[in-house]
Design a protein around this ligand. Structure first.
Ligand SMILES: [Zn+2]
Length: 320
C-alpha cells in the first residue's frame, strides 16, 4: 500500500535572499511576537473557564491532585481503575470483563465481543490506571527564556490503538495557527497491539512497527513548544489531554464552542457545515493532521462569525 500521497509533509518555505542585520532580525522577531500576542487576545473569549473545563471532562487541579470529572457523555462510565480492580467495562459490547492482576487481557480463541460489524476475540476499554493522574505535567511558567511562546496557538490531535492493556496513544499531531505541521509523532504503545482501529485512527503496522517515540517523549515535545500562556486548540481536547497526561488551562475546544443544545457536534459535521469541507473521508481512516487543521480553521471561522458560536457557550462563559 502506498501511503506517500497522504502522509503529511511539512510545507516548503521560500528561502529568504535578504541578509538581515542582528538589529533587523530582532525587530522582525519582536514584530512576530506582537502579531501572535494580538491574535491570541482575540481568542481570549473562546478560552474555557475553569468551570467549563471541569464540567467537560478536562483534567483540572484540585488541591494538590489532578482530577477528572466525567462529562455528561461519560456519566456512569469508570474513567480509571485501581491497582486491585481487575474488572473493566467493554466500550464495544458493554459487558463487564476481567483482566489479569497486571491489567493484561488475553485474547480468546473464539469471538467473545460482538457488535454490528462482527465478532472479536477480545474486549476493549478506555479506562486508565488511577496512577496516571500522578504523572501529569504542565508547561513551564512564563519566564525570560520562553516568553516568546506566550500567546502562541497550536491545535492538537491524538489517535489511539487498542492493546492488551487497553487504549494507548499511537500518533500525536500538532499544527500551528496557520495549520502548518509542527509535530507529527508516531508513538510506540507499551503493550501488545490488538487492534489498530485503522478505520478511525488511520494507523497501521507500517506506521507503528518502527515508531521510536514514547508517550512521555511525545508529551515532552508538546510541552517544549508552549508555556503556560500558550493556547491549545482541539476537538474534544479533554480526551487528548487526559491520554497525554497534560494539564493546561488555556484551551479552546471546537466541540464546546459550537455545542448545539448541549450536544457536542462531531468535527466532521462542523467542518462540513461551516467550512464546506469533507474530512474523515479517507478509506485509510482519520488523519490527525487533517483533524488538527480543521480545528484551526473552525476557530478562525468563529472569529469571523461570532454569532454562530453556541448560545450554551455564551451562557457558561461570561467573558463573551
Ligand atoms: Zn466487548
Amino acid at each position: 500500500m502506498d501511503y506517500s500521497s497522504w502522509i503529511p509533509q511539512l510545507p516548503l518555505r521560500a528561502e529568504s535572499t535578504i541578509e538581515l542585520t542582528p538589529q533587523m532580525a530582532k525587530m522582525l522577531v519582536d514584530a512576530q511576537d506582537h502579531f501572535h500576542k494580538k491574535k491570541a487576545l482575540r481568542l481570549d473569549p473562546f478560552i474555557l473557564t475553569r468551570t467549563q473545563r471541569f464540567e467537560n471532562g478536562f483534567p483540572v487541579r484540585k488541591g494538590c491532585q489532578v482530577y477528572v470529572q466525567p462529562n455528561k457523555y461519560q456519566m456512569g462510565q469508570e474513567l480509571f481503575y485501581t491497582e486491585y480492580d481487575n474488572t473493566r467495562i467493554c466500550t464495544r459490547c458493554q459487558q463487564t470483563f476481567y483482566v489479569e492482576s497486571d491489567g493484561y487481557q488475553p485474547t480468546a480463541d473464539h469471538p467473545i465481543c460482538i457488535d454490528s460489524e462482527g465478532g472479536y476475540n477480545f474486549h476493549i476499554h478506555t479506562q486508565l490506571p488511577v496512577e496516571h493522574l500522578k504523572t501529569f505535567k504542565k508547561a513551564d511558567k512564563v519566564d525570560e527564556y520562553n516568553r516568546r511562546k506566550t500567546g502562541r496557538v497550536y491545535a492538537l490531535d491524538v489517535e489511539s490503538v487498542y492493546t492488551s492493556h487497553g487504549q494507548e496513544v499511537g500518533r500525536v499531531t500538532v499544527v500551528d495557527d496557520r495549520g502548518e505541521a509542527v509535530l507529527d509523532l508516531f508513538v510506540k504503545p507499551k503493550a501488545h497491539i490488538y487492534d489498530y482501529v485503522t478505520k478511525y485512527s488511520g494507523l497501521t503496522p507500517d506506521f507503528l512497527n518502527y515508531a521510536t517515540e514514547t508517550l512521555e517523549s511525545a508529551r515532552q515535545k508538546i510541552l517544549n513548544l508552549i508555556n503556560r500562556e500558550s493556547i491549545l486548540i482541539g476537538h474534544a481536547l479533554n480526551g487528548d489531554l487526559l491520554k497525554l497526561g497534560i494539564l493546561h488551562s488555556r484551551v479552546i475546544d471546537t466541540s464546546i464552542l459550537f455545542a448545539n443544545s448541549g450536544r457536542r457536534p462531531s468535527l466532521r459535521s462542523l467542518t462540513s457545515s461551516y467550512l464546506n469541507r469533507n474530512i474523515q473521508q479517507s478509506t485509510y481512516g482519520h488523519c490527525s493532521m487533517e483533524d488538527a487543521v480543521a480545528c484551526v480553521d473552525l476557530v478562525n471561522f468563529a472569529l469571523r462569525n461570532p454569532t454562530l458560536i453556541s448560545k450554551d457557550f455564551h451562557k457558561s462563559n461570561n467573558s463573551l
